[in-house]
Design a protein around this ligand. Structure first.
Ligand code: AHR
Length: 496
């Protein structure tokens, strides 16, 4: 089997936004408690922050962390999470039918972002609450001082404002599972009014309005149109969420779902641009894919978990090798859409549908950790339009699926072109990449991630990225073999 990628540095998609490598921490299951915050654990510091988790997050080069949810935010009183810990109320978390002690709250989260080198992406509750709670929260976080809420922040130990830049206007408000679910009309009006008031407190914030929670919603498309009719001029990003599964146990159909992902993003871009045209607007709205991942292994566990526990085991998917290939092809798809997708949050980060898992003894890294880490580390710079040739296959739901999925990013700061390539086939692929009008000098690194059973998970920590020693680079053409079912990366030095 043959695969070919041609790259021309003058054919650029966009500069990749650092926020493409973001994530989500929700008060859900063991994400916060037992995950990033575990005061009784020997691996935690004096704040109760697990230091092994902090290190793994740094290795992932995460930029924004969306917080505190997810569905959780739609029933959350942010005021419960500030002030002396022994005075914070324990509440029912109705989204996940758990107990929330509020021992990790707003100030702890802000301190934790500093330690992890991440930035906050704060969601406001537009489910059970609304404009008043949102304006008070932003005054508490971003107003310098001299008012009730900003002085309370100082009293609680933060003299300087948090200056949180990015704010989400609720979460998945189109879903009837959401606390305070609304029609598009109701949500659009509320989002508009909330945005207006939040900007009166701090005009410099970026706002994300909630789009459809899945492509399968009956209101998909019309939800976005109605919501944007109300909010197009108020917001900076439209959110979208996408999770994939392999419930049907069909590897090739599963990996072909990157085509659905691609069409999903293009469709939402088209809706945004249609609203732009109708409004005769000069503004182009970008996307925040603020939840994406594979999610399905834990559905049975979730159904069987007893309600009203502290930090229950929920959504603890153990990812296998085929999931890592799916995450790899989703990352390539994101890079192809980096002209419009500016924020993307791998959902989630610790223990809950996450690349990092904890137990009392330490952490273990899931299969999906590896492709994410590589793209997050090296997929920085300018995404180049890929011109690809590959044999194709048909699967249950998709036609003409290329076996090869590939993408290149040119980093002018480090003078390197980085190629990500996935072979979705069960045969080895002869792979060539030609870099036109760039003088290549050296192959810096070539790696491959392959050879595991597709159902193998990584609790025993045996999975690792391996070097690929069979690569030749000659006058701008890289030649190698992509192993069957493999994720690959090549870093090539180019002359100035
Ligand atoms: O990430 C898990 C859940 O998925 C989030 O709480 C919700 O927004 C989505 O449905």
């Amino acid at each position: 089997m043959q695969g070919k990628l041609t790259i021309d540095p003058s054919n650029q998609i966009a500069k990749v936004d650092d926020r493409l490598y973001s994530s989500l921490i929700e008060h859900l299951g063991r994400a916060v408690y037992d995950g990033l915050y575990d005061p009784d654990n020997a691996k935690s510091d004096e704040n109760g922050f697990r230091q092994d988790v902090v290190k793994a997050i740094k290795d992932l080069n995460i930029d924004l962390v969306r917080y505190p949810g997810g569905n959780f935010v739609s029933g959350f009183n942010w005021e419960d999470s500030i002030g002396p810990k022994d005075q914070r109320p324990t509440r029912l978390d109705l989204a996940w039918r758990s107990i929330e002690t509020n021992q990790f709250g707003l100030h702890e989260f802000m301190k934790w972002t500093q330690q992890t080198g991440t930035r906050p992406d704060m969601a406001v509750n537009l489910g059970s609450r609304g404009i008043d709670a949102a304006r008070n929260l932003i005054e508490y976080c971003n107003f310098p001082g001299g008012t009730y809420w900003s002085d309370l922040r100082k009293k609680n130990g933060a003299e300087q404002p948090f200056n949180i830049k990015t704010w989400c206007l609720g979460n998945e408000m189109d879903g009837d599972w959401q606390i305070g679910h609304k029609t598009a009309e109701e949500y659009g009006r509320l989002a508009h009014e909330t945005a207006k008031v939040m900007r009166l407190v701090d005009p410099d914030i970026d706002l994300v309005v909630s789009g459809s929670s899945t492509r399968e919603m009956a209101t998909f498309g019309s939800w976005e149109e109605t919501v944007l009719d109300h909010t197009y001029d108020d917001v900076d990003y439209l959110s979208l969420h996408r999770y994939y599964d392999n419930e049907e146990n069909d590897l090739h159909n599963f990996l072909a779902k990157s085509i659905d992902f691609d069409e999903f993003i293009s469709g939402i871009v088209a809706v945004c641009d249609a609203v732009k045209a109708r409004k005769h607007s000069d503004k182009t709205l970008n996307l925040a894919l603020d939840e994406w991942n594979v999610w399905y292994h834990s559905h049975k566990q979730d159904d069987e978990t007893a309600p009203w526990q502290n930090a229950p085991h929920l959504l603890e998917d153990h990812y296998n090798f085929e999931d890592a290939l799916m995450v790899g092809t989703m990352l390539i798809t994101l890079l192809k859409h980096s002209d419009r997708v500016k924020i993307a949050c791998l959902a989630q980060l610790v223990n809950v549908i996450a690349p990092i898992m904890t137990d009392d003894q330490g952490i273990w890294l899931q299969s999906i950790f590896f492709p994410f880490m590589q793209v997050s580390k090296y997929g920085r710079g300018i995404a180049l339009q890929p011109k690809q040739e590959s044999a194709t296959y048909d699967s249950k739901d998709f036609k003409d699926v290329p076996y090869l999925d590939s993408m290149a990013v040119y980093n002018p700061d480090t003078h390197e072109v980085v190629i990500f390539a996935e072979n979705k086939g069960e045969e080895a692929m002869d792979f060539t990449t030609t870099l036109t009008s760039l003088t290549t000098t050296d192959l810096i690194e070539a790696t491959q991630f392959y050879g595991y059973d597709i159902k193998q998970t990584n609790e025993d920590q045996r999975m690792q990225i391996q070097p690929n020693d069979h690569v030749s680079l000659d006058q701008g053409t890289l030649t190698t073999t992509l192993e069957p079912l493999s994720w690959n990366m090549f870093r090539i030095k180019v002359a100035d």
